[in-house]
Ligand binder design. Sequence first.
Ligand code: NDP
Length: 612
Amino acid sequence: MALDMEPEIAALVGEIDFDPDALHAKYLAERDKRVRPDGIGQYVEVKAEFSHYVDDPYVEPGFTRDPLFDHVEFVIIGGGFGGLLMGARLREAGFENLRVVEAGGDFGGTWYWNRYPGAMCDVESYCYLPLLEELGYMPKHKYSFAPEILEHSRAIARHYRLYDQALLQTRITELRWDEAQSVWIVSTDRGDRFTTRYVAMANGPLSRPKLPGVPGITEFEGHTFHTSRWDYSYTGGDNTGNLTGLADKRVGIIGTGATAVQCVPHLGAWAKQLYIFQRTPSSVDVRNNCETDPDWFASLGPGWQARRQENFNTLVAGGDQEEDMVHDGWTDIFRHLTGAAAKEASRKLGRRLSGHERGQLMMMADYRKMNQVRGRVDTIVRDNATAELLKPWYRQFCKRPCFHDEYLDAFNRPNVELVDTGGHGVERLTRNAVVANGREYGVDCLIFATGFEVGTSYTRRAGYDIIGKDGVTLSDYWADGLRTLHGLTVHNFPNCFFLGFTQTAITISVPQALGEQARHVAYIVSQARERGATTVEPTVEGEQAYVDEVHSLARLGERFYRECTPGYYNSEGAAGNRAGFFSNMYGAGPLRFFELLREWRDAGDMAGLELR
Ligand code: NDP
């Protein structure tokens, strides 16, 4: 039997109609084609001559206001889901004097910026949209479209009065700790210089667009933009399509990740000619969206959202649940590929599985799943050669799985051409064309669906540095890797909180992770208030103990990602990168992480934190 499987395990796997060893070899060969020595260095940073790619197309130009020199109790940086959840929990804890600072023209974060046609969330809305019960809101669909999520973000901000004192269209330029006053001095690009007792960073992990550093990128003279700054003044239309401005245009789109998967069907429907430049195909499974049934929604009892999130989160973390409430592509993948499947197998065998056996079962389930995803391409795409090129050859979680019912069908249109680059990417741009595989493709408009900067330093992505006690900068303090207590606080940086994925645990339903973090931070500052303390800061020992724990758990996914085709999940093939997306996660997973925070709060002794 292939993969040296013991007969017992082979019996569990059952009949297979493929050769797992050949598939493994194919995956490795596809990875090898794509690994390149420059890794994340292949991308250019959106600054200097590229800074216009991050201009805000959704606001009127020319906004001005007077700078502020006042004092607030709490500053939240970022008005996306992290900032909104932080604001909500602080309001609930009785914090009145708080200010959100946001670079965009409104709340919404990623949903403020990503308005491309077809933008939607492929995680179920009843779990994904925060605070549905608090706001009494019923999402329109099982999977929400971007405008609704943006509007819901605004509704949260209104509900919790976060527009009061908010500074929109404002970027932080520096945070500096004033030891004498025990306050942070906040400087912005609007000339503000105000102080705050506490500050929470909710900048978002995928917020800074990146561009491919291909030769000629500054020479292209046609129209161009990044998907996260969609130029509707050029394309016409809106999130639902109707891109009439493209009717006489030859359009090129570089990238075939989760974003492209959603906007390509609209581009195909409206552009005169669409070229899709592909380096690695996405795994695209069934979406199956539907409208929300109001009777079903009305029947959900109090506390339903927390229960549903818990159920979803447990399943997608590999845990066991009697019922699968969400029952979609995500839970399907996890039911087959994780601990739940292993548990079922061990029940059948009547004994515990060894780590090796567990790995074999997971791998076989993964191969089957991806065979099914590849098979789906054949059932939709009519041209066989195109279908072959759209098949992903890697394990399911090497890249972010996608779910969409119209993407593959777009390749059946006569005006849509897949330009597969054999894993090499586009070669260069000229004044009016994209060059790939040695051929020039003339385009009037070139859209970069090339994703977001990941794997560079935290302060580079944030766009400012933080100067803590005794002049210690965060960029220096984290130069050799992140150091935190529970991912949320950092020694030398009192009263400063980090929301997001700095040594915390991620789940598919990101807002839930952010919600748990916000709850924890609100608890800490409430306790500080109750205990009469003006500063909170992790001790050296407290921080070190947590860092040690994170490092000891970090090895778990490293081998898996080493065998993966490059992408931002594995730092473009350098799985050991300490600043990589998964390198700084709490390796025991979200369930254990949330439990850890809960146990810490329940103990009530603020272990590892010093309150002064
Ligand atoms: P990604 O980083 O996932 O994709 C970038 C794409 O650009 C990849 O296909 C990449 O190819 C391609 N690319 C980069 N350089 C070149 C080049 N030189 N030539 C050709 N192709 C190139 O970015 P996305 O914006 O698609 O998605 C980012 C994340 O945003 C997702 O992973 C997801 O977490 C989130 N998202 C979530 C959605 C949701 O529904 N919840 C929807 C959309 C996005 P290669 O793969 O070879 O590197």
